[in-house]
Write a protein that binds this ligand. Structure first.
Ligand code: PGA
Length: 327
């Protein structure tokens, strides 16, 4: 391994993560032949093949799996070292790696904007994925802080709630139920429905509620994107259940409406979590404090989150507004 370079390890890790030379090359802004060459040289240094190709798929060999674990430990230690140096310098600088579920993408970039203006020395990377993808990244210790709605029950995870993330029933403004109030849940039986993809936390929460009340919607489409679902609802393909935050900002009022269905909104919260054993850098700690202390205020000031809480429901309904809900 004396011949192996850090660059080769980074290339190898990217290929292993994507199970693809092409995607690794895209991520690293390298050519595909250059990626193949780096991996080939690394295999030579190891003295064993690191990948095997079965059909069209690329698999790690046993040696490859061992090396991947070692790579991640090395990168984590290097990242910690960088942070220690930043801490020693006493400056708010360094790297912040965030991973957030899809609903949080409607607010976290906005919060990052203010944060980065305050601390211009900080470089941020933000990965947006669904619940299952986030869980995998958490297991692989790939980021500093994770934001999700359904935290793992493990005591090894520190978990800080910071804002409500209610799930609401969305329909086209032309939907026959749009003008009704207090709609019984079983009226959704047989409704054409657009569902988030398997592995989505939203899908899991919706399915749980429907199963508990024996509601059977007619799933017309599985879609892996909140934005695509909004378009499909506006196109009158069906109704769906999504986070109220997906309505942040844009002029959705002419096209989409929140149906007043019993049992909704499904109350949920966003949590900032990280493994308790993880030594948070000063940058990650600073971001976490910022999120918990100022996050709500900035989101309320910069999106229509508060407005949608009041406009769509009478005061006495349990809409989980910032004022009346508790964590
Ligand atoms: P999802 O998660 O993107 O996996 O649906 C959203 C949520 O759990 O709020």
């Amino acid at each position: 391994m004396k011949q192996a370079t850090l660059h080769q390890l980074r290339v190898f890790e990217a290929v292993a993560r994507h199970s693809s030379f092409t995607r690794a090359a895209e991520e690293l802004f390298l050519t595909q032949p250059s990626v193949s060459m780096q991996v080939k040289q690394l295999s030579k240094s190891v003295g064993m093949p690191l990948f095997e190709q079965v059909g069209k798929r690329l698999y790690l060999t046993e040696a490859g799996k061992e090396l991947l674990g070692t790579c991640r430990e090395v990168f984590e230690r290097l990242a910690q070292f960088e942070m220690t140096v930043a801490d020693l310098k006493g400056l708010k600088q360094g790297q912040l790696r965030l991973c957030v579920i899809t609903t949080a993408k409607y607010v976290i970039p906005r919060l990052l904007g203010t944060f980065c203006q305050r601390y211009p020395g900080i470089d941020c990377s933000l990965t947006v994925t669904n619940h299952e993808g986030l869980q995998e990244r958490l297991n692989d210790n790939q980021d500093d802080i994770y934001i999700l709605s359904q935290p793992p029950s493990s005591p090894d995870v520190a978990c800080h709630p910071f804002l409500e993330n209610p799930l609401v029933v969305l329909a086209s403004v032309n939907h026959p139920l749009a003008s009704e109030t207090n709609i019984p849940l079983d009226r959704l039986n047989g409704e054409p429905f657009i569902m988030r993809e398997p592995g989505s936390g939203t899908r899991h929460a919706v399915q749980k509620l429907f199963d508990e009340h024996s509601v059977e919607v007619k799933v017309r489409l599985d879609l892996g994107s909140n934005e695509a679902i909004k378009q499909a609802i506006a196109g009158e393909l069906g109704i769906s259940v999504l986070s109220r935050h997906v309505l942040a900002l844009e002029g959705w009022r002419n096209q989409l409406t929140i149906l007043d269905v019993q049992g909704f909104p499904i109350p949920r919260h966003w949590y900032a979590i990280y493994p308790t054993g993880k030594q948070l850098s000063v940058v990650a700690r600073t971001f976490c404090d910022y999120l918990l202390n100022e996050g709500r205020q900035i989101i309320e000031q910069t999106t229509n989150f508060k407005q949608t809480a009041f406009d769509q429901f009478p005061e006495d309904k349990s809409v989980g507004t910032p004022e009346n809900s508790s964590v």
